[in-house]
Design a protein. Sequence first.
Length: 284
Amino acid sequence: MTSTAPKNVGVVGGGRMGAGIAQVFATLGSTVTIAESGDRQAALKRVSDGLDRAHERGKLGDVDPATILARVSTVAAPDALPPALDLVVEAVPELVDLKLSVLSLVEKTVDPSTVIASNTSSISIAGLGAALNDPARLIGMHFFNPVPASTLVEIVRAPATDAGVVDRVREWVAQLGKTEVLVNDSPGFATSRLGVCLGLEAIRMLEEGVADAESIDRAMELGYRHPMGPLRSTDLVGLDVRLAIAEHLAKTLGDRFAPPALLREKVANGELGRKTGQGFFTWS
């Protein structure tokens, strides 16, 4: 097992999660290339804003945010990534076909020694490995939002994942200052499966009029010492993201994960949580 931090990292997807992943590796000292097919400047701004917030909170020490940001660049597509990367993290939306396409392109682009990771929160790593000629190099690295502040990374090991890849990723997670949980590949893994189960039941309770959203969340925060209630957590994750995960888990694990009508209604109305300003709560 190497103790060397990854010198060169690729991130596919420059949204909130991808930008956060890019930020933490750049802060570690890695040179990071973000592949973003949309607004590349917006992706860089997300990283810049995140670094500014970290600097304001004293998380960067004496290092200027601009120095870290200089390690981050963008390209327009996965096949434009530089080949000589230690790690590529795929962080595109939870759509199986999209992820399969991205991972296939990445494998054709990067060196054979590059570790390929998916940030998926629920899709089988073994299933995604079908896109690769060498699925032994594929692993799950499930980061949590917001990535810079979250202390957890769920590492997902598929049956084909090489043990050396697991060791390297565990070391890199430790170097990021985060704590790992290592789980075997299964729909929803550990965190999404449990988190979605709690979140869906909280939505059903709201739908049935058991209590209002604030009371449901406060009950879990004060009664069970959860740092955030399940409805506010759903707002933070994104109602559309939680709906997609629930639909996937319902197909693979059964009706106990069937999304409530209220969740579908809110997504259809564009009430996606914090990112749109309205979910189960109103966000400024």
